[in-house]
Design a protein around this ligand. Sequence first.
Ligand code: CA
Length: 512
Amino acid sequence: MRAICLAIILSVVNVATARDDDHPNIVFIMSDDHAAHAIGAYGSRVNQTPNLDRLARGGMILTSVFATNSICTPSRAAILTGQYSHVNGVTMFNRFDSSRTTVARLLHAGGYYTGMIGKWHLGSDPVGFDHWEILPGQGAYVNPILYTASGEKTYTGRYVTDVITDLALDFMKNRPRNKPFFLMMHHKAPHRPWEPDAAHGARFTDRWIPEPETFWDSYETRTDALHENQQRVAADLTRRDLKLQPPAGLEAAALTAWLATKPDTVTTTRNGQAVTLTGEALTRWKYQRLMQDYLATVQSVDDSVGRVLDFLDRNALAKNTIVIYTSDQGFFLGDHGLFDKRFMYEESLRMPFLVRWPAAIKAGTRSDAIALNVDFAPTFLDVAGMPVPADIQGRSLLPILRGRTPADWRTSMYYRYYHDPGDHNTRAHYGVRTRTHKLIYFWKKDQWELFDLVNDPFELHNLYGQPGQENLTATLKGELLRLKQAVRDDEQLANEQLPNGVDGPVANLRGK
Ligand code: CA
């Protein structure tokens, strides 16, 4: 009798420990600067992404995932640590302290076989990975070099997205079969300088891309920050960005200077005739050149995602592998006349986030819950059945993915950008976004912007200081202060050196 009972108990335990969703594999695919509004599943008006859409159809699409600091290196550090920039130490392009705890180290310690392939861009070597092959810095689109723990290899004649995909598939093929795996596959594309491979480039050469609604935004009612920024399609794309051909004979420093020039006149060919463009016509032409190249590099990433999904299908791994597609932040696709990120405006703040896991996520679902890049690390740990350390600031998205958003889920988020002036003369700022409003504080200038996201989704009408907005403004300032305290970004600010005559930001919040 005892033997029978023990057998029953053991069989129950076995069933309990061998569920399909125990210790799933995790494939985290992240591109660089891929805006959600250049993905079909998010309603793109500018391109088609059949493989990303296939991923979305098989799982969940999250519409409100935001970067806590919309720029490459800080977002990567936030994803690895589950901590905000002021806590993990990477506020700008500073080197990541690789002695810190990361989700890769934790998963590795928890029995996962871990890999990192592609763009790393954190200044220090990856730690916590059984296998890594990374681009140095930004890396190159063509003939890329990849570093490993033991050396480097140049992939002559190859395109970077294809190389990263090949190496990621090799990682999965060569994995030990007795462990679940965690793969970070990080594409360089579609980051500047937007160099497509020949086949995709040719497909987009003559394609006309519609301009966004806010392409000719005059910045009326907005603060100095938009007026001062240098990430404008009209004025800040270089000859290198626009792929203009230098005159014969230019070399070395002269060639570099020529390519770095931001042209205000371009002579091109139209219907066999030479045409010189200036002013609005030139701005429209620059937008087309930018977007043709950007979207062609996106297409290589879409192909890559298709290859990964095919591999998982062919190897019976699809059901118990959670596949995530995201980007380190969003990007302005000519929105507000811009082409970079950094600002807290929607196009830059929003990250795409598509996730498929047939064992646990219902296909064809969608969530509008506010999620953050600091949530990714605790989500991976939760998915792996591992505890989330107390110093991780994000929260696991797993209940949301399973279709049960907790009643106490966040209804606002805190953002802070530091890199001022940076490469694009963008003002430092921080702010709060709720489901309906956004308050931004350009704290070095003591200037504010307030937007009603329901009635003004393109953020064209700054309501700050307008009659009738007093109560809303006070409420949002209170929420901003609450969030600052919750993420522990208040003490540091109180001690910062500010321009003469400007109160400390926290004092401002309390006093106004
Ligand atoms: Ca980026």
